[in-house]
Design a protein around this ligand. Structure first.
Ligand code: AMP
Length: 446
């Protein structure tokens, strides 16, 4: 299948050619034609599947082919996203894919001054990518009108609900034109999302492009047991001995992020950090420097776990396990994207065994354990079993060995020789009940 056979117009085909996109991904193959035809869509697709182009290309084409010119303070296609990072990334996709089209795109999100955004909206924009909280602020200040909206895209709808945007979304839906196209993308389809979809969508086409954790399938995953206080030391040891080229490292707290960043810099490693306390411009710069390869280690809280598309990111390190098991899937989804393979290693201490067990239950796999000889923990991490059980009385550690999956050897050998089984995620995350929750914008999106 080619992009031309999907009916895309020449300026878009030219751009795709220059980007070297040769064939449509599964989500693009299924979504582009119905979107061009004006149908509503309910799509189960994660980042990494090419979903952004899956909606951006046909939305841009429809903006070119249909509807009046954009009026002042108006918007023709509205894309709602959960975080400012994703807003920037989705905007970038629209700008890239629309480079040969005379259309204006813009992103509006919280955490930065609203005035420049109000100025920018004065002339009107064809595509507005926005986080729900800031969009409502702009609407209430009469900086944006919705009467020209012909297409609404909800990107990562599950994440928006998780971040407490339920009531903001309801408020936005209430003021949008009833006659419009609606495209809903979500990694998971809980009952709440389904009921939202049944209210929002008109005879939608449902597509599911791949299992929910498709991104994780190309990711080798393992864990290294370690005492909590030695995690920093272990990370440095691994970084140096395994000659990691680049790593995205997830740490639980903002304080922890700053501490690890400082520790790495003390050892001459070019490290930067992103978390919710940092100004937006600083976060964007850190991400850009990481993407450009100037920064070798990017340390982040879960604000960076979703949506970020970093080409050829080879390695994700879970310095701390996430407290919400599903964030594990999203974290490791930052690597192994668009067909490449990646690695994800978790440094796990005894305190985290319940978190580990929750992750293993969710992903229906027992993570491969690889002991690092000089870092065998004094507080042994209890063995976990399939089905989320934790073996309560562990034996004392004797000598380095590999457990879980019955494989043996050092980390280096294991990485060369073995592929852990791909996890299959089936559990459904709990989300607030749509419409019944007085949600607040998440702290990262304000
Ligand atoms: P997304 O799932 O939208 O975040 O996209 C994941 C990555 O796949 C991005 O880096 C895109 O540039 C890339 N991509 C999207 N569609 C294609 C395609 N048809 N061929 C090659 N790469 C693609």
């Amino acid at each position: 299948m080619t992009f031309a056979s999907l009916g895309l117009i020449e300026p878009l085909l030219r751009t795709l050619d220059s980007l070297d996109y040769k064939t449509p991904t599964a989500v693009q193959a299924q979504a582009i034609v119905p979107i061009l035809q004006g149908r509503d869509l309910m799509a189960a697709a994660q980042t990494g599947t090419g979903k952004t182009a899956g909606f951006a290309l046909p939305v841009l084409q429809r903006l070119m082919m249909e509807g009046p010119e954009v009026a002042s303070n108006s918007v023709r296609a509205l894309v709602l996203v959960p975080t400012r990072e994703l807003a920037e990334q989705v905007l970038q996709s629209f700008v890239t894919y629309g480079q040969h089209l005379p259309l204006r795109s813009f992103a509006a999100y919280g955490g930065v001054s609203i005035n420049p955004q109000m100025m920018k909206l004065r002339k009107g924009v064809d595509v507005l990518v926005a986080t729900p909280g800031r969009l409502l602020d702009l609407y209430r200040q009469k900086a944006v009108k919705f009467n020209q909206v012909q297409t609404l895209v909800l990107d990562e709808a599950d994440r928006m609900l998780d971040l407490g945007f339920a009531s903001e979304l309801e408020d936005v839906f209430r003021v949008l034109p009833k006659k419009r196209q609606t495209l809903l993308f979500s990694a998971t389809f809980s009952d709440v999302i389904r009921s939202m979809a049944s209210e929002m969508l008109n005879d939608p086409l449902s597509i599911e492009v791949s299992p929910r954790n498709a991104a994780a399938k190309s990711v080798k995953q393992w864990l290294i047991p370690v005492d909590k206080k030695r995690k920093g030391e272990l990370f440095l040891h691994l970084y140096q001995t395994k000659r990691w080229s680049q790593a995205l490292v997830f740490v639980k707290t903002r304080k922890g992020v700053d501490e690890l960043e400082a520790e790495l810099q003390r050892h001459g490693i070019s490290a930067d950090a992103i978390h919710g306390d940092k100004p937006q411009a600083t976060r964007q710069r850190a991400l850009q420097r990481f993407k450009d390869g100037e920064v070798k280690v990017l340390v982040a809280t879960d604000v960076a776990a979703r949506g970020l598309d970093i080409d050829t990111m080879p390695l994700v390190v879970n310095f701390d396990l996430p407290t919400v098991a599903e964030d594990y899937v999203h974290r490791i989804g930052r690597t192994g994207r668009a067909g490449s393979t990646g690695q994800a290693v978790s440094l796990v201490c005894a305190d985290e065994v319940q978190l580990l067990s929750a992750i293993e239950t969710l992903t229906q796999q027992v993570l491969q354990r690889v002991d690092e000889p000089d870092f065998i923990p004094d507080h042994r991490v209890p063995q976990t079993l399939p089905g989320g059980q934790v073996v309560k009385k562990p034996k004392k550690a004797k000598k380095p060995k590999v457990v879980g999956g019955g494989k043996s050897g050092s980390l280096g050998r294991w990485m060369e020789t073995d592929e852990p089984a791909a996890p299959v995620v089936k559990a459904v995350r709990k989300v607030p009940s749509f419409g019944g929750v007085a949600g607040k914008p998440g702290k990262f999106t304000k």
